[in-house]
Ligand binder design. Sequence first.
Ligand SMILES: [Zn+2]
Length: 191
Amino acid sequence: MLVYDPPNPVCPVHGERLRRSTCPACNAAYMRDYLKAQRRLRPAVALHSRARQRAARRGLPFNLRVSDVVVPMVCPALGVPIIIGAMRSAHSPSLDRIRPSLGYVRGNTRVISDKANRLKGTLDVEGLIRRAIQSVDQRREDYARLADYLERELLLAEVRRKAAQDGRAGAEWAKVAAFLDRAFQKADWPR
Ligand SMILES: [Zn+2]
């Protein structure tokens, strides 16, 4: 359960008696605690706003709504638990751009573990398979799982393209896309 834990921002100059309207350090201390609380209490909102900032910084397309960001219990790529907390770790939720160059657009993102996102980087399926071959033990397994993950997400992207066409065929493909999307959120997808 998530329990509300009021933040306790401290300014190096003013201590806990914040003067946010006049002191930048007070405001910075407040914002730091606010964002920390957001990561814990409203992880989708935190991921959404971080992604928007990153997109602006890197000049990437962005059209996500908060409702597009679904934080699963288990990482859909690696099968490890997703842990919501103030501190970032390998198990923290992280917003993957399935095809990095497309940016943070609807249908091109999935919440996975921080570890999965770091390992994936900007690698494509072939790159991930190559890494799996070059690695041993757990790392090999991780890269193999990431290659599977990316392969099925690319399949879903293809289905979404078909769903965008007019008429009954488009509507049928849209149903398939919705089904796959729900299935891929879960880590128990058969491998
Ligand atoms: Zn201050």
